[in-house]
Ligand binder design. Structure first.
Ligand code: 572
Ligand code: ZN
Length: 354
């Protein structure tokens, strides 16, 4: 079947998403051409769509959106050895230089030359056809779905967060935020053998979902003093967490996490709050709490894939809504509407016409 068009969802600026036909790219010698399949919507995609920016990154020229994706290989470059036509792959959207000191140390997520899909000015994956380096594509086993393939991206974030927090057998874990990344962090912590996994949110519905997925405690965050809320959490769990994984992007949660975490423990920043949050630094220092950042992930796709393909964790239930590429804007509206009770919204990029 010959590709016909390359319909793409393009962000022009705040509130301005357009469907447009773009040329179908040709793969270089170490690249593959992918027929795009499933693309999940992430919080940063919603930011670029709603306000035209995410953190310090601003949409200054039209940009294809989407970075959580899977596809099928339809053409391979001459030097590609790891993939064949017909392979279904999870796409790791950040391509590093592979050459610099940081890449060689294995922390390629911090590469200054990183090109990450749908981070301006780099185009994203919400389109029909896309060319990507073969070494950033991971073949899915036959029994894994393309939707699960798209979910490898947020799962990689969760895996990396748990690694940064040294979550292990018997850990007492506090997760702040029961959105998709919080829930994937919960599943990862559980499969690593965490003994206690408490999760907080301001939405009882999300806490109910988290409890159904194996959280030991679902705790509604109240508008009370942060220290008091932390004490309440410790009281409910019955101990201070060894590690707090902040997945909500709320400064309040970060502060609560610092107060709640045990002396000598860690607070891991997965969510992004404000640029200069006011945090009780002296409290953190006095308790020797390691506050660690998380910038995406490195070397986590193989682990994320193994966890799902082996049946260690089941991520399918996170997908709550599905749309076609033509209905991208409706998908974005649903993903940003709290009353939709959406968790992960997935867009199917295949054409019914071809
Ligand atoms: O799935 C990766 C991912 N990373 C996010 C957000 C959403 N999804 N990060 C938070 C925002 N930063 S950033 O550097 N940026 C807007 C590119 O501030 C990247 C990591
Ligand atoms: Zn993301």
């Amino acid at each position: 079947m010959e590709p016909k068009d390359n319909l793409s969802s393009v962000i022009y600026g705040a509130g301005d998403m357009r469907l447009e036909n773009r040329p179908i790219p040709q793969p270089g010698e170490n690249e593959v051409l992918l027929a795009m399949q499933s693309v999940g919507i992430c919080g940063s995609d919603l930011k670029y769509w709603s306000i035209g920016r995410c953190g310090r990154f601003i949409v200054k020229s039209p940009m294809v959106i989407g970075h959580e994706a899977s596809g099928t290989v339809i053409q391979v470059g001459d030097k590609v050895k790891n993939l064949q036509i017909g392979d279904r792959v999870a796409i790791e959207p950040g391509v590093s230089c592979r050459m610099c000191k940081i890449c060689k140390q294995g922390r390629y997520n911090l590469c200054p030359e990183m090109k990450f899909c749908a981070t301006p000015p780099v185009d994203g994956l919400l389109c029909r056809y896309y060319v990507h380096p073969a070494d950033f594509c991971f073949k899915l086993p036959d029994h894994m779905s393309l939707e699960e393939g798209a979910m490898m991206e947020p799962l990689a974030v969760a895996v990396y967060g748990c690694e940064r927090g040294n979550v292990t057998l018997g850990s007492n874990v506090l997760i702040c935020g029961a959105g998709p990344v919080g829930l994937l962090t919960l599943l990862t912590a559980k499969s690593l053998g965490a003994a206690t996994i408490a999760i907080t949110d301001i939405d009882q519905n999300r806490l109910d979902v988290a409890m159904a997925m194996g959280a030991t405690h679902g705790i509604l965050v109240e508008s009370i003093d942060n220290k008091q809320m932390a004490a309440k959490i410790v009281d409910i769990i019955g101990c201070s967490p060894d590690v707090t994984l902040e997945c909500s992007g709320s400064d309040v949660s970060l502060v609560i996490g610092i107060y709640a975490t045990t002396p000598g423990g860690s607070v891991i920043l997965i969510g992004r709050g404000s640029m200069e949050p006011k945090v009780p630094m002296v409290e953190a220092a006095g308790k020797e709490i390691d506050i660690k950042g998380v910038f995406r992930y490195a070397n986590c796709y193989p682990k994320a894939l193994a966890m799902v393909s082996s049946g260690q964790i089941d991520i399918k239930s996170l997908v709550t809504h599905r749309f076609t590429l033509e209905n991208s804007e409706d998908a974005f509206k649903t993903a940003s509407d709290r009353s939709s009770k959406s968790m992960k919204v997935i867009i199917n990029c295949t054409s019914s016409k071809e």
